[in-house]
Design a protein around this ligand. Structure first.
Ligand code: MG
Length: 256
């Protein structure tokens, strides 16, 4: 029995390594324990060169800059009308009652950097205080909220995946302070019949602090009701008009 198990393990190991060889172009077959360092080195593929920004918040050379403070060219109202939010002092700010805005381009897997600020003048409580949101693929909300000394339901506070996943910690800065989200997003996958074959995943750093660690996205982030999973492809990044004067700046994205 032991030898059968060992044989099975050996076959599995060889199969895995040969799969690795074909996809990663490993330089040497590794069917036995390597005895030389070069046997576990591979030189292909060669990573593309990306010039980093001056700081980690600055766009690297291969990013698409979605908002640099100057114009709304990448954006429109989510209903397709012309951009109606306010652009001033290098930021775009929600214009209440004009509705959500979204990117004209669509995205799937991505790395997203976005900076946001809730109003310095505090008004409202719980979900009524500095509420907005960043929707990946227009469906999955990473909550934006002023949760500096402002209690609300935990799966609805800043850095939550709305109504799904509580952030690991509360890393909020105060009202009126600029804050950052750095997001790594893996889009859900659907088959030809529309069945979801892999959920989406999201990792979030809030002001440099990890708040979502490869969190599985259960489906759409509904205000009322359970998450839904209707097949979709690439889709815009959407920012929410929740009636509060939340501002955004320095938005860039890298396709993954
Ligand atoms: Mg929101």
């Amino acid at each position: 029995m032991k030898s059968v198990k060992l044989t099975f393990l050996s076959i599995a190991l060889i199969a895995a390594m040969s799969a690795c060889n074909s996809s990663k172009k490993m330089s040497a077959p590794a069917t036995a324990e390597p005895t030389k360092p070069e046997e576990t080195e591979f030189w292909e593929p060669v990573p593309a060169i990306v010039k980093p920004g001056m700081t980690p918040s600055d766009a690297p050379s291969d990013a698409i800059v979605l908002f640099d403070g100057k114009g709304s060219g990448e954006w429109e109202q989510a209903d397709g009308k012309d951009f109606a939010w306010t652009i001033a002092d290098g930021a775009m700010t929600v214009k209440p009652k004009t509705g959500d805005v979204h990117t004209k381009r669509s995205f799937g897997d991505c790395q997203l950097h976005i900076e946001w600020r809730t109003p310095a003048e505090v008004s409202g409580t719980s979900q009524g205080r500095g509420n907005s949101g960043i929707f990946l693929q227009e469906r999955y909300e990473l909550q934006v909220l002023d949760n500096y000394d402002n209690r609300t339901y935990s799966n609805g506070q800043a850095s939550s995946i709305y109504k799904q996943s509580v952030p690991l910690v509360n890393a909020c800065k105060g009202p009126g302070d600029w804050q950052t989200y750095d997001v790594v997003y893996k889009a859900p996958v659907f088959d030809a019949s529309g069945n979801r074959t892999s959920p989406g995943y999201i990792t979030v750093f809030h002001n440099g602090v990890l708040t979502q660690n490869h969190t599985e996205i259960k489906g759409t982030t509904e205000y009322i009701g359970w998450p839904k999973n209707i097949a979709h492809g690439e889709a815009p990044i959407k920012l929410q008009d929740h009636g509060n004067l939340v501002s955004y700046r320095n938005i860039w994205i890298r396709r993954l």
